[in-house]
Design a protein around this ligand. Sequence first.
Ligand SMILES: Nc1nc2c(ncn2[C@@H]2O[C@H](COP(=O)(O)OP(=O)(O)OP(=O)(O)O)[C@@H](O)[C@H]2O)c(=O)[nH]1
Length: 555
Amino acid sequence: MKKPLPNMRYKQLSMIKKLAILLLVVIALFVSVGTLLQTKLEQTQSILNDLTSNTLPAMINANQSAIKSNELLSALESLMSSNTPVERRIADVEVQKKLKETQEQANKVSYSQNELRLLNTIQEEMIDLNFFIDTKLDLADQITKKQNELSRLKSNADYAFQVNIGHTDLDKKQKTAWKIAYLEVITLAYTIEDTHRLNDLQELQRLIEQQLSNIELITEKLPPSLNKRLAPLNAAIRDLLSGEKGLLSSQERYIRISGRTRGRENFIQNLISDYNKVANQFSLNENQKLKTKMMALTNGMYTQETWFVFGFVLLAAMISLILALYSQVINRLSNLTKRIHNMTAAPILNQSSNDEIDELFQAFDQFSDTINKQNSLLETQSLTDSLTNIANRRAFDRRLAYELSNDRTIQADLSVVLIDVDFFKQYNDTYGHASGDDALQKIAMMLSHTVPNNNNLIARYGGEEFVVILPNKTMEEANTEANNIMNAIKLANIKHSQSSVSDRITISIGIATRTKGAITDTDTLMKKADIALYHSKAQGRNQASHINDIETDHS
Ligand SMILES: Nc1nc2c(ncn2[C@@H]2O[C@H](COP(=O)(O)OP(=O)(O)OP(=O)(O)O)[C@@H](O)[C@H]2O)c(=O)[nH]1
């Protein structure tokens, strides 16, 4: 059954829709993935820019700031441990230098005002600290000098003790007591320098005072000459030890200034430590920020990589899909092309997709069907005689050539029966050409009815001549068939008043047989049949002759 042609608009739309949807999906997916990748790249770029222009410099500056504050702390410790004014000055230059560097570095870091004020305070406090250290060193120098003075007084005392003044034992005893007391004072005085607590110093001062009074009491009891000699020594040691600018007073001031210096040092040290902590915290924060941004950057890179792989897989899938579609279209078109080339009516498996190609297939099927029918009709027409509607000369030639050349048919006898209407010219002349045609049609019909249909072929050989091919028929069988034909024409009883042999139409027949296994061609066989026919004519018409009989007679 003919398949109806599909609805054109619907089918075209289906194909266009398919392609359009595929194209739209491809474009949409690529735009999406592209935009996403672009966004991710921009984000990465932005993080990188931020890293290089902000985070990294901030982190470096914070680190540098922390380092500078550490250096400042070290320089302060050097200053604190300086023992001479020269050392103090050198250390101070270093502290000032580090302080300046720390301040410069601090300006590069986004510290709060507190931290900047902290540095200013340190600078101000440094002025006082330097003064305290200078004072302390100066006092230390004075104490050293007074210690030296003590040694000199001790020598003077030794010398005065040697002088031979005082003759009595009592005098000598008193003099010895004075020396012992004097030496004890000096011994006590030597411990002043090592006394660093005010309480201890006050205790020491009390002892020294006590001892000084004791010396003075001893001295008063000495003879005037001796008293006169030793009294200046007593005054000198009192002055050196407990005078307004004496050793005890210097040591006391030294202890006090040392305490203040230490306090100021600690204060400054704490300020710098505070600043140092802030700087270190800033540095840590900046490091943390860097770490976080690096993590974001790495994650961004991973995401980009994932999207890139996804995009690539998508691209491959899309290309595969397009290729599959393309190959399907090409295959189907290729099938159609083969079919057109072969012009075969055999159906080719068509994967129905209800699209334009399917439509093309169906159109081609109809076209092919029509062409095949027309060809079949033309073929039939080209092999049929239009007047008698039996096989024509062409069909006869083709069939006989086939029968004579076929390996199978060659294994049996084959006979041809050539038939010619007697005095047909006269028939035409008598009854008219149309009647002649009618007669020919009647003769053809009689032949068809007489000769069995199986394998035999009845054809119009030309004009008023007919021919019958009798495959598998021996000479005798052919002769029998010829007689049957003659009887049939006789029975047809077609009136022919001008025939010399009968008042009815008669026929003459020539028969030829190709015996089994013999090789012959159509011309040779038909020539023999023609000779036999001529023989029948010559012998008076209205008879059948077999070529073999004629040849036998002649021989
Ligand atoms: N009506 C008609 N006549 C035809 C047709 N074909 C051939 N003829 C006629 O057949 C006649 C054949 O005449 P001839 O060849 O002389 O043979 P004949 O008159 O039959 O005489 P013999 O064969 O000797 O008996 C011619 O007059 C042709 O015009 C046809 O298709 N229709």
